[in-house]
Design a protein. Structure first.
Length: 270
């Protein structure tokens, strides 16, 4: 049996990865589904069970260290092992830094707890089990973790931090047989940006990015899981993203112009 923990599994990319794992592995799949919404998790679990997988639903908040450790404890108690950990939980944000008032700046720290520390705590809690199984770690970052995106200072900061942490961890774990795959999706057709925080630290209700040509959730999940299966170091999902990470070393001004052009007119800095 292959036991995989997925955080942020209640909808979007996390839920689709669960369904694809269940479809591909059937009765050999044991999926530990974690997120804040129990109702949504149970709906995803039912879909996965219909495909033959075993599931464990764990309502939790990755911004709380003890809940991250409890998630791993419950997974081991139920299935006795962990073969993969997919750190997918995350919050988006879109706000010009100059628009954030001092009294509201605390949400930068809260976002960092979810996007960075949730991954750090879950990974630390699962590490010995993953070493025992010579397993796989996945960190779902973003192209905003490779190229700074204007209007997304907090989000980019959290994703750049993920990039650095998991790059260093990959080197540390090289001799252990544990692989670390960092995925860098671009714009994916989910509601994450609509739920993302605005300058006041509340849900924006809309996306600040132009979303024409957004990648489907199904394709994004497929690429991440393929990268995990192949134990790839990185999965950069778009040609523009692959070009951008190198272009910023040579023509950084052009990359900044492209990043600004990706913003809707109403959210661009004046």
């Amino acid at each position: 049996m292959n036991v995989c923990i997925i955080t942020g599994a209640s909808d979007g990319i996390g839920a689709e990865m669960a369904r694809q794992l269940a479809a591909g592995r059937g009765k050999n799949a044991a999926l530990v589904l974690a997120a804040r919404s129990q109702d949504k998790l149970e709906a995803v679990a039912a879909q996965c069970e219909a495909l033959g997988a075993q599931t464990l639903v764990v309502p939790m908040d990755v911004s709380q260290e003890q809940q991250c450790r409890s998630l791993v404890d419950r997974a081991v108690s139920r299935f006795r092992r962990i073969d993969a950990l997919i750190n997918n939980a995350g919050i988006s944000a879109q706000a010009l830094f100059s628009d954030v008032k001092p009294a509201d700046l605390h949400w930068y720290e809260e976002l960092m707890k979810v996007n960075l520390w949730g991954s750090v705590w879950c990974t630390h809690a699962a590490l010995q089990q993953l070493k025992a199984s010579r397993g796989r770690i996945v960190a779902v970052s973003s192209l905003a973790g490779l190229v700074g995106v204007p209007g997304r200072t907090a989000y980019s900061a959290s994703k750049f931090a993920m990039t650095g942490f998991f790059e260093a961890l990959r080197a540390e774990l090289k001799s252990s047989g544990v692989s670390v795959t960092t995925a860098y999706p671009g714009v994916v057709a989910t509601r994450i940006r609509h739920r993302g925080l605005n300058a006041q630290g509340v849900a924006a209700g809309s996306s600040g990015l132009k979303e024409a040509g957004a990648m489907s959730v199904e394709e994004c999940a497929r690429l991440i899981l393929h990268g995990m299966a192949q134990r790839r170091r990185e999965v950069v999902m778009t040609a523009k993203g692959r070009m951008g990470r190198f272009a910023k070393l040579i023509v950084p001004g052009m990359v900044e112009a492209v990043a600004l052009a990706a913003l809707k007119d109403e959210v661009r800095p004046k």
